[in-house]
Design a protein around this ligand. Structure first.
Ligand SMILES: Cc1cc2nc3c(=O)[nH]c(=O)nc-3n(C[C@H](O)[C@H](O)[C@H](O)COP(=O)(O)OP(=O)(O)OC[C@H]3O[C@@H](n4cnc5c(N)ncnc54)[C@H](O)[C@@H]3O)c2cc1C
Length: 414
């Protein structure tokens, strides 16, 4: 190895790549992060308007490794659960207090039943097989916990993985944006932007990444790109990856959550408090409602969230399809006149973005062991996969991505 070669190559400057690079750096190993895009942060990115394109909540904040950084760096946070007014639109009107109580009770029952089913010793099965059915709000709870939160329907998810990766509060939001925190944590790290890795050779004594940037050798590589990117084989691995790794990639697809931020002139929004959240009840067997958050941090915007199969269908139909759908939903609840106040939205749709090809991962039924299988180091630790997908507890989140990046670095350091 020549003197200017880094010890470790990290592919991807998202949360996992940044955590890996910080850990290596702190322990005196040199590394170089190669990032395909012209920016860092990956799926955790705040734009100049303050909009979080990907992640925005620090879920289960008391166990979340990023909470301590937010506090230490003086980032102002709010506990969303303490602030949010919860609105439910059902049968053409807003739900009564009793109906909202019944919905909350259905959510509690859902989790009791899911946890019991996951612990019953039976083989893995789709999470939908275990979910309660027949109660007034059961279909809405299943839609909410599946498509709208996990970005995939419960029928597509492993019951055991779904239960093992379930999240609790507190759910913190950062006024300056979660992506801003992530980019702050990357300051000073050796990151090369606009450097998509096209091929990764790992057959010799070290590794070699190549692409339009040239060829760079190192002792080991940590690969943090999404399973959407890996499944597409956008990076050619030489030799090819073992069957167990390929199977794990296939078993951990990404769901899709499309986010739209509609500006709304002050005074034209319905009278909601900041962070009010709105869900619409399911009107029939094929109905897939979207959800809304009003006026985050008091800003004159309405955020729309479209998850799961509906998000994929709209993504494939083009960005305007998601916007048109959200406008129609808004008009359905608040009336056509109110919907005219919605301005031109900022849209995050990673379904067709070649560097992600989806939002975050879930395990398919029967694949509850796939996350650990993907994280298993190859070639005596010369090649290690990391990222949200690889974390068996906090998968799909920035917490999982961060911890997985740290774990990968520790494997190299050990
Ligand atoms: C809409 C949305 C909402 C979300 N909400 C939340 C939330 O509220 N809370 C939460 O905790 N999580 C949330 N998430 C999930 C969270 O954003 C991700 O789990 C996390 O950011 C993933 O980080 P990562 O490092 O594993 O992967 P990534 O962020 O995907 O990082 C991988 C990096 O690799 C780069 N790359 C790809 N191909 C190549 C290549 N060939 N060569 C070099 N680089 C390459 C990519 O550009 C990217 O920067 C959300 C995600 C989305 C999309």
């Amino acid at each position: 190895m020549s003197a200017d070669e880094p010890d470790v190559l990290v592919v991807g400057a998202g949360v996992a790549g940044i955590a890996a690079a910080r850990t290596l750096h702190a322990r005196g190993l040199s590394c170089l992060v190669l990032e395909a895009k012209d920016r860092i942060g990956g799926r955790a990115y705040t734009d100049a308007t303050g909009f979080d394109h990907g992640a925005s909540w620090l879920h289960q904040a008391n166990d979340n490794p990023l909470t301590g950084f937010a506090e230490a760096l003086g980032f102002e946070t709010v506990d969303h659960d303490k602030l949010r007014q919860r609105l439910l639109f059902t049968e053409g009107r807003f739900a009564t207090t009793d109906e909202r109580g019944a919905f909350a009770a259905a959510e509690d029952r859902f989790w009791r039943v899911i946890e019991a089913a996951a612990a019953d010793g039976a083989p893995d099965r789709p999470a939908s097989d275990a979910a309660p059915q027949g109660g007034r709000f059961d279909a809405l709870v299943a839609h909410w916990e599946g498509a709208q939160i996990c970005a995939a329907e419960l029928s597509r998810m492993s019951l055991h993985d779904f239960a093992a990766t379930a999240l609790d509060g507190p759910n913190l939001l950062l006024r300056r944006g979660l992506g801003t925190l992530v980019s702050t944590l990357a300051e000073g790290l050796p990151i090369q932007l606009n450097a998509p890795v096209a091929q990764l050779d790992w057959g010799g004594s070290g590794v070699e990444a190549s692409g339009a940037f040239g060829r760079i050798r190192a002792r080991a590589a940590i690969i943090t790109v999404s399973t959407g990117v890996l499944a597409q084989a956008s990076i050619a691995f030489a030799p090819g990856l073992p069957a167990q790794t390929l199977d794990a990639i296939k078993a951990l697809p990404l769901g899709l959550l499309t986010k739209l931020s509609f500006p709304v002139p002050p005074g034209t929004l319905p009278e909601f408090g900041p962070f009010a959240s709105l869900r619409r009840d399911i009107a029939g067997p094929s109905d897939r409602p979207i959800s809304w958050i009003a006026r985050p941090f008091g800003a004159p915007v309405m955020l729309a969230f479209i998850g799961g199969s509906l998000a994929w269908e709209l993504s494939r139909a083009g960005k305007h399809a998601a916007e048109a759908h959200a406008r129609a939903e808004f008009a359905h609840v608040f009336g056509a006149e109110a919907a005219k106040a919605l301005g031109v939205p900022i849209i995050t749709d990673l379904g067709e973005d070649p560097q992600f090809l989806g939002s975050y991962s879930h395990a398919i039924p029967g694949a509850q062991a796939a996350r650990r299988a993907l994280a298993e180091p190859l070639a005596d630790g010369r090649l290690i996969f990391a990222g949200e997908t690889c974390h068996p507890r906090f998968a799909a989140t920035v917490a999982g991505a961060w911890l997985s990046g740290e774990d990968a670095a520790h494997l190299i350091l050990s």
